[in-house]
Design a protein around this ligand. Structure first.
Ligand SMILES: *[C@@H]1O[C@H](CO)[C@@H](O)[C@H](O)[C@H]1NC(C)=O
Ligand SMILES: *[C@@H]1O[C@H](CO)[C@@H](O)[C@H](O)[C@H]1NC(C)=O
Ligand SMILES: *[C@@H]1O[C@H](CO)[C@@H](O)[C@H](O)[C@H]1NC(C)=O
Ligand SMILES: *[C@@H]1O[C@H](CO)[C@@H](O)[C@H](O)[C@H]1NC(C)=O
Ligand SMILES: *[C@@H]1O[C@H](CO)[C@@H](O)[C@H](O)[C@H]1NC(C)=O
Ligand SMILES: *[C@@H]1O[C@H](CO)[C@@H](O)[C@H](O)[C@H]1NC(C)=O
Ligand SMILES: *[C@@H]1O[C@H](CO)[C@@H](O)[C@H](O)[C@H]1NC(C)=O
Ligand SMILES: *[C@@H]1O[C@H](CO)[C@@H](O)[C@H](O)[C@H]1NC(C)=O
Ligand SMILES: *[C@@H]1O[C@H](CO)[C@@H](O)[C@H](O)[C@H]1NC(C)=O
Ligand SMILES: *[C@@H]1O[C@H](CO)[C@@H](O)[C@H](O)[C@H]1NC(C)=O
Ligand SMILES: CC(=O)N[C@H]1CO[C@H](CO)[C@@H](O)[C@@H]1O
Length: 626
């Protein structure tokens, strides 16, 4: 081992275990170590001569996979001497502080590296091995392991497992799936689309339900995977036994790691990561509420906020969040030196391209921070405003064109925030009737997108959104520019499917009654021509089943998230036919089970359910118990 150390320093490739194959050592800034991690210093600090006793190490947070390509996929795990996260933001000189629960005191532990082996195979017994390797992890990357498994076959299911080197200390077995090759003629792909999972507001049953049904190929997450708040500021944590740690607004690198680690103890989230490859992007709360390029609602980028927030400037806080996110999420960093770049795209056979945007952190112009709503309203139509910045915008329009040119049937656009114009004056008042933190605050960026689609004749566009904690299904229209018939859908250029939250509360009141929620839904549906279905009441998710002829969307509502359970209600189904560029009429088949449907009915049938604590009332009959 000692012999390897020198060559390792120069070439950073090891014959035994590799540092750099653990991508987290190169992230978030490979060639500027001062912005990320200096592998040279890590190697110096971590002495492979004194390896860990394998029995002292644990796989603390399961396994995960993501960002599938036709021949490779990202695999993730965490293995360390403690489930607690690294506190090296305050410790120095190569030692990390751990709490010894038996003796009730902090102890200093040498930063020896942990050696981990991985194996990926086409069978559950892991005998047909496609790729394997050996990497290091250490406290420098919070004991996370992220590798790219290679040499894989397209659109194939694989199983994978990690183990501590030379031992039988293994991780759980994970399952994943590569993507099809761009020119593959695949017939059908299913994705589950999630957003807004707030730990202290409930159990992540929605993640588990797609696992229990085994109904999709991939999971797409549109952000708000964690929330930065102190429990007391936002959530019911204590009353349902889910206090997010650390129990304060998160700011330091340790804080963000700890928060991610707390979320990753939810059993349904663990199950989803273990069974499906994920394709996630962040929204605001992975950093902080209503974040944009230069600040957030709780933190201006000023000297005052620096003093108030314990001496951490906004830029540092953002980098803490971003580094912890890349450590913990099973995703690729497409440009290792562009540490904020998360926008990227996937070609899923000839069927579709999935374009994942970052409308938050990369280069967003100032947003609604609550004290400046009038001002943002005034400038919302300013041509210079952008959600993405010029670099990403150019890439976005180009990706739409290239997708059409290559003949992909569909274009799916993963936006965080709602694209369609939504008049919400019933809740916000007539002065500022829109959500200026969504695309409604950036109308020129929206116009440039629509103009690119209309002027280049690019059709079959399916926009996906999260962020709002409610469900919104709309024809994709350019109001004020192109005529649109809300009865037939003529004039639109696609469809927007915006989904509710995994647990985050209804935006019209956390404990709103069903009657009140439906009343608001009816108002919203009537006030917005292109909004064909709206539901505020249910927490949940939706699935898209994509084939050459049509995209089918199924929306699911969770009857309750205050306990862990596998119940769900089929709320509504929608079809988009290829070439139609609008929702199939009658929309939703004319009948839905929740919310408000334009020109259709909402039929709610009462039912009761045995919850194990006596009988509990739910509103609808066709409830699945998974
Ligand atoms: C590792 O996991 C085992 C079994 O869950 C547990 O008993 C042990 O305390 C854990 N060790 C550490 C260092 O966390
Ligand atoms: C792993 O387990 C097998 C079977 O129980 C045993 O034969 C082998 O010695 C173990 N290997 C190590 C490194 O502990
Ligand atoms: C940010 O600055 C604005 C304008 O000065 C002020 O109204 C607001 O309270 C500040 N917010 C914070 C969190 O400091
Ligand atoms: C966007 O398009 C609409 C409809 O043509 C128009 O009314 C509005 O002024 C445009 N806004 C910007 C900023 O281009
Ligand atoms: C809303 O419901 C939650 C969970 O039952 C409860 O903890 C909380 O106190 C309720 N809030 C209000 C304002 O009633
Ligand atoms: C429904 O909303 C209307 C306003 O749109 C209001 O007048 C009415 O009282 C509401 N009804 C209920 C049951 O909340
Ligand atoms: C919003 O909808 C209400 C009710 O239909 C309407 O009175 C109002 O003029 C609308 N606001 C805008 C800006 O379109
Ligand atoms: C949606 O479709 C599924 C499968 O066909 C069906 O079981 C369910 O009842 C439908 N839901 C609604 C609300 O129509
Ligand atoms: C369902 O239950 C609610 C609440 O008890 C009641 O108001 C409603 O009339 C019931 N609906 C039907 C169709 O029985
Ligand atoms: C039943 O109630 C008890 C006490 O409130 C709670 O701990 C338990 O989780 C509940 N069980 C279910 C299935 O909700
Ligand atoms: C500067 C800073 O935020 N330091 C934090 C580093 O992590 C420890 C561990 O919890 C915190 O106590 C410090 O506040």
């Amino acid at each position: 081992m000692k012999l390897h150390l020198l060559s390792l320093l120069s070439s950073i490739v090891v014959v035994g275990a590799s540092w750099t194959k653990n991508i987290n050592y190169r992230s978030p800034s490979e060639h500027y170590p001062s912005l990320g991690i200096s592998i040279r210093k890590v190697v110096k600090r971590n002495d492979p001569q004194s390896p860990w006793d394998p029995t002292k190490l644990n796989f603390t947070h399961g396994v995960a996979s993501g960002d599938p390509y036709p021949d490779s996929v990202i695999l993730w795990t965490r293995v360390g001497p403690s489930s607690d996260n690294d506190k090296s933001n305050v410790t120095v000189s190569g030692y990390v502080q751990l709490f010894d629960h038996d003796n009730e005191k902090f102890v200093s532990v040498s930063k020896a590296p942990v050696c981990v082996e991985y194996k990926i195979a086409s069978d559950k017994q892991l005998s047909n091995v496609a790729d394997s390797g050996k990497v290091y992890t250490s406290s420098d990357v919070d004991y996370t392991v992220k590798i790219e498994a290679k040499n894989l076959e397209p659109y194939t299911t694989y199983y994978y497992q990690f183990n501590v080197c030379n031992s039988n200390n293994t991780s759980p077995l994970g399952r994943t799936k590569t993507s099809p090759k761009a020119d593959d003629d695949i017939t059908k792909v299913g994705i589950a689309v999630y957003s807004c999972s707030n730990y202290p507001f409930g159990f992540f049953n929605a993640y588990g339900n797609a696992v229990r049904k085994d109904s999709v190929d991939y999971v797409v997450h549109l952000g708000d995977y964690i929330y930065e708040y102190a429990n007391g500021d936002y959530g019911w944590g204590q009353s349902i036994g889910r206090v997010p740690l650390p129990d304060k607004e998160i700011i330091s690198l340790y804080d963000y790691r700890k928060r991610l680690a707390t979320y990753r103890t939810d059993l349904d989230l663990i199950a989803s990561h273990q069974n499906f490859p994920w394709i996630p992007v962040w929204d605001d709360h992975e950093v902080a509420d209503n974040v944009y390029r230069d600040g957030t609602s709780h933190m201006n980028n000023t000297e005052e906020s620096f003093i108030e927030d314990g001496g951490v400037v906004f830029d540092q806080r953002k980098m803490n969040a971003v580094r912890a996110y890349f450590e913990w999420m099973p995703i690729r960093q497409v440009e290792m030196d562009d540490n904020l770049r998360i926008w990227r795209s996937f070609s899923i056979g000839k069927l579709f391209d999935l374009i994942m945007l970052d409308t938050r952190n990369y280069d967003r112009s100032i947003t609604d921070l609550y004290w400046n709503t009038d001002y943002i309203h005034t400038i919302s139509d300013d041509a210079g405003r952008s959600l993405m910045g010029p670099r990403q915008e150019y890439w976005f329009y180009d990706a739409l064109s290239k997708s059409a040119e290559r003949g992909a049937t569909w274009r799916l656009v993963g936006s965080q925030i709602i694209f369609s114009r939504i008049n919400e004056s019933a809740a916000y008042g007539d002065e500022n009737p829109f959500d200026y933190d969504a695309w409604d605050g950036y109308t020129s960026n929206r116009n440039r997108t629509l103009s690119h689609l209309y002027n280049n004749g690019i059709g079959n566009n399916i926009f996906l959104a999260g962020d709002s904690h409610a469900s919104w299904v709309s024809d994709l229209v350019w109001l004020g520019e192109k005529s649109y018939d809300k009865e037939t859908g003529e004039g639109s250029i696609g469809v927007e499917f915006a989904g509710s939250a995994v647990t985050s509360p209804c935006p019209y009141g956390a404990n709103i009654s069903l009657a009140q929620a439906n009343n608001y839904s009816t108002w919203l549906q009537n006030a917005n021509d292109e909004l064909q279905w709206q539901d505020l009441y249910y927490r949940g998710y939706y699935e898209l089943h994509i084939s050459k002829d049509e995209v089918q969307a199924s929306y699911f509502g969770m009857p309750t998230v205050v306990s862990r359970n596998g119940w769900e209600i089929s709320l509504a189904n929608f079809t988009v036919k290829s070439g139609a560029n609008k929702l199939q009429r009658p929309v939703g088949g004319g009948v839905v089970e929740g919310g408000s449907l334009k020109g259709g009915k909402t039929v709610q049938t009462n039912a009761t359910l045995d919850t194990g604590n006596g009988t509990w009332f739910v509103s609808y009959a066709d409830l699945a118990v998974l």
